[in-house]
Design a protein around this ligand. Structure first.
Ligand code: GDP
Length: 277
């Protein structure tokens, strides 16, 4: 992991090993806020460091205490992928399909973003590249019916994992929220007792806005885990601390590039350590 988050790590790697009394706390506070950490997270992190009591290990421990990591769902299981357009949802479905495939599991995906013909095409390409099946329908078909068919195929073909793509118009759009609620209840019913999780893709580069997205989707749909995308290109990913601290939603994975293998499971201990190298 060293070097992967070099832009994000640039703030922490300058933190002194000891003698914190010598560092400019105001400057540090400003830098952490600039990474889109909330004031309460910054307070929790820096706390009595302000008085020169502790050093880098204490800071690391505080960071690990705030973050929440969780495993990807254990097959057989279903994944409902939600998130706004451009956040990396389809790319992430490809990465997850590849990841499960590499572990020896079989995957089927539903092209549930029937709102945009281009999204269906994109999933076809990604599935081919990663080597998993998809179930698709014509554009504008009710996404619940495509996802229903995909879960039925998952059961009939004995697949290990079913992943449903969904539309991602603006998250404040009431129709989208209602559509996702319907999809979730249909998917839950057809899973017939197999585990179903809802994962949200969040673009790390958009900072505070992604916190609002997580809050809204969690309130209305329920989010079991977050896959934070584009961590390779940002120094502002402090938002994941705010999300864990304030919403208590675990992070399950990280997108670290555009390629099909640019995906890592989230391990809070490794993640924090990587910020200091
Ligand atoms: P969707 O609209 O949510 O399905 O988003 P896409 O999967 O189409 O991704 C939008 C853009 O972000 C594409 O250009 C992807 O290549 C890019 N992207 C997705 N994940 C990552 C990532 O982890 N890192 C980088 N650098 N780009 C990513």
């Amino acid at each position: 992991m060293p070097g992967l988050f070099s832009r994000l790590a640039s703030v922490f790697s300058r933190f002194p090993d000891n003698n914190t009394a010598s560092i400019d706390m105001d400057k540090y506070t400003e830098e952490l806020l600039g990474m889109d950490m909330s004031l309460s997270v910054v307070d929790r992190l820096l706390g009595d460091l302000k008085h020169g009591h502790t050093g880098v290990d204490d800071l690391k421990n505080r960071m690990k205490d705030i973050l929440i990591s969780s495993q990807l769902c254990e097959p057989r299981c279903g994944i409902l992928m939600i998130g706004i357009n451009g956040g990396g949802k389809t790319t992430t479905i490809g990465k997850l399909g590849k990841w499960y495939g590499d572990q020896g599991y079989s995957v089927i995906a539903a092209a549930g973003d029937t709102f945009r013909a281009a999204a269906i095409e994109q999933l076809i390409i990604v599935a081919e590249r990663a080597g998993f099946d998809i179930v698709k329908a014509m554009p504008k078909v009710d996404p619940s019916s495509v996802i229903h068919d995909a879960v039925t195929a998952y059961r009939a073909r004995g697949k290990d994992v079913v992943i449903a793509d969904t539309a991602g118009r603006l998250h404040t759009n009431v129709n989208l929220i209602n559509e996702l609620k319907k999809i979730k209840s249909v998917m839950h019913r057809v899973m017939a007792g197999d585990k179903l999780v809802t994962y949200l893709t969040l673009d790390a580069t958009i900072g505070k806005n992604s916190f609002q997205q997580a809050k809204l989707f969690n309130e209305h749909i329920g989010v079991d885990g977050i896959i934070i995308t584009k961590l390779d290109g940002t120094a502002r990913a402090g938002i994941i601390f705010t999300i864990c601290e304030e919403l208590k939603i675990p992070i399950v994975g990280m997108g670290t590039g555009e390629g099909i293998d640019d995906f890592m499971l989230f391990d809070k201990n490794k993640f924090v350590e990587s910020l200091f190298v």
